[in-house]
Write a protein of this length. Sequence first.
Length: 277
Amino acid sequence: MPKRFSSVVGRSFGDGVREAIQSAGLTQRKAAELLDWEEAKVSDLVKGKGGVTEVELAMLLGLCGTKPDEARRLFALFKESREKGYLEFAEDGLLSPQPTLMEQERHANKIFVWSLNLIPGLLQIDAYIRVVCETSVLGSDPLAIETAIKTKLARQAIFHRSREFVFFIHEHALRLPVGGPEVMKAQLLHLLTMMVRPYIRIRILPIEVGAHAGVAGSFTRLQYEKFEPVIFVEGGRTGLFLEDKDSLTYYGNVVERLDQLALDEVQSKELITSMVS
């Protein structure tokens, strides 16, 4: 069965509507009954398909007693739901994972990460995260830093044998002394620990390769059982989701090139071990 197109923003909107209905203690059938709608109309909404006007969406959210901030968020997503691609701005601006990225990671069954300059966020330990936050241009708020650390660590709960994870990391990221020798030793030991899990693959792109297809920057490729893949590119305060055919082809080619150039898993483990010792 071919995979169907369902946009990132459409799925985020649908998830939000579903949560609003559930938070009100309603079922989709009961909500439809109270609004005098067909149940299929509510079903389409929670699947991100739209099919309602803004007035009808307001009626549903009013029925659910949705709080103003969440209602505004859902209206914004509703207006974007027909677009292929989505730009999300960080609300706190402190390098914390984008909420939509975390949602999509939970939907994905395979996550591919290419990281050029830092250890990938999903593999970072708390001390490493703290240094990255504190040394950023936005890292002057202690409370915001603690929130970012907590959010980043909570994000790592997606690690499970039901998903497959592939991390390609440039050797430069392993050698960049974030936080000094002790922090880096602990971080590298954590990578070795994670490599024990059979559903996590870590491969290092050696410095000696020189110029390569991934020099344009880091990205995440999310694959789904039922939907087409999505590319996520993170900026300092933004997250860009790309879903158009040309972008998927381009980044797919980058993945193939990195696969050809990177060390295999055994060689990667040997390199990391040598750096720890």
